[in-house]
Design a protein around this ligand. Structure first.
Ligand SMILES: Nc1ncnc2c1ncn2[C@@H]1O[C@H](COP(=O)(O)OP(=O)(O)OP(=O)(O)O)[C@@H](O)[C@H]1O
Length: 356
């Protein structure tokens, strides 16, 4: 491994029990230097507990946490070269933006010129220079959020931990801040580990992400890897939109469901579920492949999503078509769908646990 790909943070078989509750169940993850890494999962999956163990606010019941190869488990939070940015901003209300940023460095007894240089640099990175002399109450939600981030960045932690950092912002501001956060991380050259339950947020920001459920790690990879090749049905359903068709694979490698027959490769005979993204289903000429009727049409700006009732699945299949040009579809239209098996996932076992 060269320096660029060596993990800065290694989570090694970490578990955490609260009495009978297993909050984190033997999770191993390597976070690489300068990565924007997201811990993602539904409520109660253990992501906050894992982050709190990294920060030192909880002690693992088992396993080790290594920072640059050194076991940091015995270190209290303030001795760890990690910084946790809290969901609530916890800014000092009586101090200006500049004073809020200086505070932590003054505590470290850095010399005045160094403090000034670092604070100026961090305010530039976080677009706060013009607000240097304002107090928190004179700032908008997004600006306060940037001050909280700046206050964490100015201390130059090796890894910055962020717990739902954009959770308090409205949707529009959150989307803007997602891109800004990514840019600031890049400019600061600091590894970020962020907790979120918002899959779109993770897809937009993260270089890699870990999907957790019931305290277990289900999959770890880049957004593309996870979107294109989800490890199981839960991940497939959790990230992006996925159509599921329950059926079975025959001895001669054909996936069969009501009204549908598809040649598939590398599939074992038996019950199976075919998972297809809306963009991987095409509308074909009538009589071709899977017949269906349009039940609903949702307009999404650049494209439309047709909800197509078919005999193959109890819920309408979602099919993405361009909004501009092309065919003018109407609810009630009969059409047929072409599913590209090469772009689908096949999960053995069928039905159970498909989720919504
Ligand atoms: N101090 C505690 N005592 C007992 N159980 C706890 C404690 N902290 C967390 N848990 C339990 O551990 C599990 C994981 O909780 P955690 O807060 O890590 O989940 P999460 O994925 O961050 O959820 P959310 O998105 O809702 O914040 C949950 O079942 C929770 O009830």
């Amino acid at each position: 491994m060269n320096a660029e790909t060596s993990p800065i943070l290694r989570i090694e078989s970490v578990a955490k029990n609260f009495g009978p509750v297993v909050a984190v169940d033997g999770v191993s993850i390597d976070v690489l230097e300068n990565e924007f890494f997201a811990l993602l999962g539904p409520s109660g999956c253990g992501k906050t507990t894992l982050l709190r163990m990294l920060a030192g606010f909880e002690t693992p019941s088992a396993g080790r946490i290594l920072l640059e190869g050194r076991d940091i488990s015995p270190l209290p939070p303030e001795k760890r070269p990690l910084n946790l940015m809290f969901q609530s901003y916890a800014l000092f209300p009586h101090m200006t933006v500049r004073q809020n940023l200086c505070y932590g460095l003054e505590m470290e007894r850095l010399d005045k010129a160094e403090i000034r240089r670092r604070v100026d640099e961090t305010m530039a990175t976080t677009d706060l220079t013009q607000f240097a002399d304002r107090k928190p109450e004179q700032l908008s939600g997004g600006q306060k959020q940037r001050v909280a981030l700046a206050r964490a960045l100015v201390k130059r932690p090796k890894v910055l931990l962020l717990d739902e950092p954009l959770g308090a912002l409205d949707k529009k501001l959150r989307e803007k801040m997602q891109l800004e956060l990514k840019r600031m991380q890049n400019e600061a050259g600091i590894t970020f580990v962020i907790v979120t339950h918002d899959q779109e947020e993770a897809l937009v920001m993260a270089d890699r992400m870990a999907i957790l459920k019931d305290g277990r790690l289900l999959q770890c990879g880049s957004p593309e890897e996870i979107y294109e090749a989800p490890a199981d049905r839960f991940v497939a359903n959790f990230i992006g939109v996925m159509n599921f068709i329950d059926g079975r694979v025959t001895e001669d490698r054909v996936f069969e469901a009501e009204g549908l027959r598809l040649a598939v490769v590398n599939a074992r005979p038996g019950p199976a579920t075919l998972a297809a993204r809306p963009e991987n289903i095409a509308v074909g000429a009538p009589g071709e492949r899977l017949a269906g009727t349009i039940a609903d049409i949702a307009y999404h700006g650049l494209d439309r999503v047709l909800h197509v009732k078919t005999p193959a699945a109890p819920v309408p299949l979602q099919v993405r078509v361009p909004a501009q040009g092309g065919t003018a579809y109407q609810v009630g239209d009969a059409l047929s769908l072409k599913i590209d098996p090469a772009r689908c996932r096949l999960f053995a076992g069928g039905g159970a646990g498909a989720g919504g």
